[in-house]
Design a protein around this ligand. Sequence first.
Ligand SMILES: Nc1ncnc2c1ncn2[C@@H]1O[C@H](COP(=O)(O)OP(=O)(O)O)[C@@H](O)[C@H]1O
Ligand SMILES: [Mg+2]
Length: 254
Amino acid sequence: MTTLALYSNKGGVGKTAAAVNLAYLAAQSGCTTLIADLDPQGSATFYFRVKPKLKRKARGLVGGKRPLERSIKATDFDNLDLLPADFSHRNLDITFDRRNRRKQRLDIALKPLRRNYDLIILDCPPSINILAENIVNASDHVLVPVIPTTLSARAYKQLLSFLRENGRSPDRVSAFFSMVEGRKKLHRLIMNSLQTRSGGILRSAIPYLSQIEQMGLHREPVPASAPRSRAAHSYRALWAEIQENLFVQGRGQP
Ligand SMILES: Nc1ncnc2c1ncn2[C@@H]1O[C@H](COP(=O)(O)OP(=O)(O)O)[C@@H](O)[C@H]1O
Ligand SMILES: [Mg+2]
C-alpha cells in the first residue's frame, strides 16, 4: 500500500489535474486506487461526477461515529474509488489542531482504508499549516507540481525547507513541471536552473494544454476522454516515471 500526496503550498498549479489523471492511470494499470479529495472546493469530486457531501452530519475525515469507509463512492472506472470532498474539510486544520496527536490525525483517519487499496492518492488543498504536516505524515511520497515561473520556483524552495524542517527525507519528495509553455523563454530558463540546482525533479513534465483545461467540460480524466491526446501521453509518461522511481521495493509497488 502506498499513499501519494499531490501537494503544494500554491493553488492553481495542477495538483487536482494530476491527482485525477494519475489515479485513473494507476487504476487502469491494475492498482486498486482511492483518490481522497481533501479540498473543500471539491474539484476532483466534480471531475468524477460525484456529489460532494454538504450535509452537516457527513463529517468525512474530521471524525464522528460513521466509519470513513461508508463515505467512499465508486467512480465510473474499474479499480477506482473516491472519497468525496466534504464541506467539513474547510476546517481540517483547525479541527486537527484541537485534537491530541494533532499532526497524525489524517494518517489515523486513513488507516482503516489502507487495507483495501494498493494506492491512495491525496488531492490536497494549498496550505502550509497543520494540515500540511498531516499530509506529510500520512503519505509515503509527496509529489509537487511546479509551474516554471519565478514565484512558483520560489514557493517550491520554501516548501522544501518546510518539509525538511518537518523531518521529511528529501528522497520522499519529488516535483514535476506543470503547465509548461515551451515557447516561453522564462519557462525554459527556470526549468534548466531548477533541474541543475534542486534534486528530486522528475523528467516528465506536463505541458500547458487546452485538453487538460477542458477536463471541466468532459468531467473525466483525459486518458479516458482523449486517450491518444498529447495530454494523455504526458500523464502516462509521468505515471510511468513515478512507478519506476518512487515506489521502492517494500513500500508497496503499484
Ligand atoms: N497542464 C495544464 N494545461 C492547461 N490547463 C491546466 C493544466 N493543469 C491544470 N489546468 C487548469 O488550471 C486550473 C487549475 O488546475 P488544478 O489542477 O485545479 O490546480 P490545483 O489543484 O493545484 O489548484 C484548472 O482550471 C485546470 O483545468
Ligand atoms: Mg486542487
